[in-house]
Design a protein around this ligand. Sequence first.
Ligand SMILES: [Zn+2]
Length: 178
Amino acid sequence: MARLSVVIYGNSILRRKMKPVENFEEAVELVDDMFDTMYEENGIGLAANQIGKDLNLMVVDITHTDEWDTPFVFVNGKILERWGESVMEEGCLSLPEIRVEVRRAETVRLAYQDLSGKKHVNEYIGLMARVIQHEMDHVNGRVITDHTSSLQKQRFGKRLKELEASHGKLSEAILKRN
Ligand SMILES: [Zn+2]
């Protein structure tokens, strides 16, 4: 188990669609590192490309709420359906110091596999549904600022450029190291 560096905005891996997990043994090892990294950074969700791995794999832990009392691992996730709507402010470990109001579905139906490869379809609501949508965005090469209006974008346009300039190259180095 190890704590890895989080890939910051500006790195191209955050903009790619992730590949399906085929080697589940590798995923098991990776997930340990992902949880360690997420806890160290005080995050509640992390996608594999945020530690530089090109895989459809994400971890979520919202046990600080009373919604769920266990952490989750989702392998090869795909959102099948979305219902309802909710708006909430979100942050992202890959976009330090940026907070964005994001409109998302209130409920999602997610198809995924567990770490043994077994297939599941489940419905999630509330914060869990929100984190799943946030992480599935990462899997599909999207980040929170993609959800904002052009007016809002003007507000953190400068910050995004700064991140890109200072962390873009650094992140490429992290990619090689991780
Ligand atoms: Zn994120």
